[in-house]
Structure formats: structure tokens, C-alpha cells
Design a protein around this ligand. Sequence first.
Ligand SMILES: [Zn+2]
Length: 167
Amino acid sequence: MVDERPPLDIEGTSIRIDSLDAWNEHPIPDIKSVRKSEESTMLNPCLCGSGRPFDDCCGPHLSARTIAPTAEALMRSRYSAFATGQADYLLATWHPTTRPATLTLEPGLRWLGLKILSTEAGGATDQEGWVTFVARSKLQGRAQRLQERSRFVREHGRWFYLDGELG
Ligand SMILES: [Zn+2]
């Protein structure tokens, strides 16, 4: 979601705060919190490449505050889990019929980006969905590119990763 609120208007004057010094001169709590969220958008964009802040995208799913409402959202959050080494989340969102007993993430693997190529079904009321994506990573200086069409199923209101075909 792009925040399209108009510039803040305090006592008839538009105030733009550009530095911490400015905070000290104008300690207005409301503005400060707005500014903070703008900073988190800029400094902490979600790893999944959605363009949204992490805290407003995959973050709440990874911390189990919310569940991914669509197959694509689950796909993105699983990518972010790979990128942040959260094997527990990967296992929890893996369908029990195909889930490995344990999951060891390659410690030297760096995830560089995710691109969703297409989605089929996988909406909030669907039972099944597919997400085709490219994930780029680097291991010991060697770039890797994974393209997969992942299959997801929704059971008891939760999406799970079932399996995928490499493409
Ligand atoms: Zn995300």
C-alpha cells in the first residue's frame, strides 16, 4: 500500500522534518511517529521485494501475528523466512504430507531477490493456488537462480506449501 496522505499541516504550516536536530526543535509526537514509519519504509523494505515495509508485509506472518491470506503472500513470507534463516516458519507452513522432518538452511547462502512471475488461483477463498517465481541467491560467490512453480493448498483457513516443479 502506498501511503498517499497529504503532507502534514501543523498550525497552518507544512512542516518537513529532515534531521534529528529538527526533532529536538520540534518535538511533536504525531509527526515523529509518521516520520518513523516513513523511515522504516525506506530503510526496512520487505525482503520479498513487494515494495512495502517488512513490518507491513512478511514481518507479521513470520512472527505469527497474522497468517498469510493468499498463496502469493505465503510464498513471499517463505522467501523472507529463507532470507532470514527462519527454518521453523518454513516447516510450519509446509504441508504435513510433504514436509521434511528437519530443515537445515545453508549458512553461507545469501538470498538476493524474489520475483513473482505469475499466480494462478490462490486467493483468500481458493483451496489451491500456484505461484511461479524466480529467486536469486549467492553461495560462496556463485550466483544461483531458482525458478519454480510452487503449489499451495489452503486447509482450515491456512495456506501451506505443498510442492513445486522447477521451471
Ligand atoms: Zn514481504
